[in-house]
Design a binder for this molecule. Sequence first.
Ligand code: ADP
Ligand code: MG
Length: 932
Amino acid sequence: MTTDTDTDVDAGTDLEPQPEGPPEKMLTRRTELTPMLSQYLDCCEAHPDALVLFQVGDFYEAFCEAATTVAQVCEVTLTQREDSTGTYRMAGVPIDNATSYIEALLSADFRVAIAEQVEEAEATSGLVDRAVTNIITPGTVTNGDLLTDAAATYLGAVSITDSDGDASEMTGAIATVDVSTGACRVTSVEHDQIYEELSRLRPAELLIGPEVDTKTIESSSLPFETMQTTHNSGAFELATATQTLEAYVDEPTAFLSSAERRAVGAVLDYAEYTQGDCGPLEYVSRIRRYKTDTALRVDATAIQSLELFDSRQPYGETLIETIDETSSALGRRTLESWLRRPLADHEAIKTRYDAVAALAENPLVVETLTEKLSHIYDLERLTARTAREQADARDMRSLLQSLDSIPEIKSALIEVLTETELPAEILEQLQAELDSLDDIRTLIDTAVCSDPPQTVTDGDVIAKGFNDDLDDIREREEAGREWVSELETRERERTGIDSLEVGYTEVHGYYIEVTNPNLDHVPDEYTRRQTLKNAERFYTPALKRREDEIIAASNRADKLEYELFCDIRAEVAAETSRLQAVADAIGRLDALVSFATIAISHAYVRPEITADTLAIEAGRHPVVEQTQAEFVPNGITFEKGHIAMITGPNMSGKSTYMRQIAHICILAQAGSFVPADAAQIPVLDRIFTRIGASDDISGGESTFMREMSEMTDILHNATESSLILLDEVGRGTSTTDGRAIARATVEFIHNEIGARTLFTTHYHDLTTVTGSLPSAFNLHFKVHRKTHPDNDASVTFLHRVTSGAADSSYGVEVAKLAGVPTPVVEQAQRYIHTEGEDYTEISEQGTHHHDELTHAEMVSVDHDNQQNQASDDDEIARSPRGADTNTDAGINQSDVSANIDVLKSLRDIDIARMTPLEALNMLENLQRRLDE
Ligand code: ADP
Ligand code: MG
């Protein structure tokens, strides 16, 4: 055996010791350990995948490897503990503000098991009993400080049917539970949809059933951060899972498939485990089953590239931030889930519009509702905390305050309903569902003090008049205190010592203080309690008796208050499902009110749901229109199977245009009004978005391979009811390949899929594809060059979509400007001209076809977007197809001809024959000519 120095722990181990699980050093001397450390070892052994934080007094301590980890991650001091059996590394965090430390450990990918003293220290003579009361993992946090308000935190489980067929034919199920609110949901998915549905749900932690093919859902391949947890795989077994479920629902077999039972059973089993394994979680009051095909499916890549919830730029705006006018956390979470899962049911969408319309007709009531909703706390989480017996008295008051707003919310709704002519079915339902739970309100209001402290064990929690016994005890305590407070006057009179004072300290209790010069006058029954520099403190038998009475009464009262509080909390917890229903209704109402607010303030219109036509009149990009001074609206008319090839130079507005169409469709199917003058929207089944690799600035790992595998996904899964956005696809490889792939893709979508498709491309010649495809047409964005008084080389982007293909491929001009040798430029131009012939012919056909379509209603606002010097795009507009002589109308002629002269001379320079000195002289000469 080695010596017990701190270093021996690490010595001789080849493997990096894990901070989770029982420490090797304790295992080797398990029989000798002190009782406390042996308790610690037991906790570690029982929770081998968690880092155990072990309560010792006011600290949570960790030992050995775990201590080193805690010291590093939490930046606390590593100390050591020495006892007869050895020296152990130790690090602790104060319990009072453990939250931030636990957060740090979670972010560092640890699960944290909290082992608490489950016995009062004074209740036992020996060692206090400790037990793991809670395991905090990324997917199961319940502590308010560790949760974000806006988004739900899910624990997820994936399972598949246990049939032994071919994996691709097996159906799977995904269950999630939000342990902070009790929301539990499950769905069935095809095996190859697991990845997609998980990407949508984004569980913070994931349990994977034993038979699931993990290749596709390794955390590294999922587009969000998740912790994969291996928990008791037996929990996934059908019989076990069904048994777990029986504690939650009657007859789980009746409404859940076997894969679903396995997933829900496992997810709940783990949730119970993390909440201290005390049996079923009461606040999981129902299990909701949903179907994935009842929603518009916006796949993970589209969610990302459309910036629905996360921006691709560091401080960029997202769609949800732009349209979020909710007032409560409940509303915000509902809004988010509506955007993640827009509706795919015609009628359901229309009823949402009716509700939004009825609200939007009444801007004043909308304001009132917004105000009232803002007083509603996170009812879902409050309810869950109550059911978990974690709610404190302040939580009870927050609950009360939330419920207090409900009658006013109901009457605001009634006002909307009486004034509107619209069939506002949802609002009627919500009005009926909103239960102000008067019984609960009265209970909390009469029982719980209005401004209680956070701790529920030290009194000031229960209101006066609620319980007679409590009032009696408090009265006696009060009488005692009064007696003491009058004591000073009485004693001053009796003793004649004017400076005599009565006071109190935590440590010594009540005292009578007499300054040194007056000590002669102290009566006989005064007993010395404490000596100070200038005074002595005394007590009298009467004072002592009173003090004991006060303390006893106070302790009894505190204890009684705590008991009463627990009873009240249990009474509230018994109404969990009613509270959850109210929370749910508030969430939906808040989201609808938010839709109405945006419709009013941003002039959104009610879409019309159509069978096939997608027509947007003067549509706007919801985010871009808010983030810049002016926005040029653009429309589209798009029948089933139509493909639009969109060309135009950089920064002309192509990407913005197609994303705005997708945003409008998503908003429309979520039930929101949309940023446009008018919109006809068909019910889409899926939206796909692919951004060409070189455009994808955020995804560092974006490669051509990834782009192509995403294309494969689209080509396999899109239907004629889908909307496909392809933004510069094919740029991740050489031009020839890229163009070839892009062209073939467009043809395939056109001929085989028939999905509505928007395709932006830099490859100007791709527009010829419209010649051979009847349902394809060209759109383009132009830029105009114009002269500004103080800035003679400025470019105006019109940002206006126009039918037909862009009239130029401009790369050659850019090349020339950049100094590419003349022969190369000329040769390139010759190539263009030869290709150009057939290009022109085909493109005319394309344009012709397109004339049959009503298109792009334009508002003629010129969006001035000045660029200071001759950028690429500047040159493009100026000289289509390489002529030197181009002079656009409106350009200051003399400036332009001077510049062109200089450029000509530049072009004619034969650099290869020049000496450096000649080159410098030439440069100076050119500069002078420009100055003149
Ligand atoms: P492209 O894809 O053609 O390179 P983008 O769509 O990325 O161009 O647009 C470039 C910038 O132009 C946007 O960031 C936005 O600021 C502005 N923009 C785009 N469309 C419009 C519009 N319709 N009205 C006003 N500004 C626009
Ligand atoms: Mg773009």
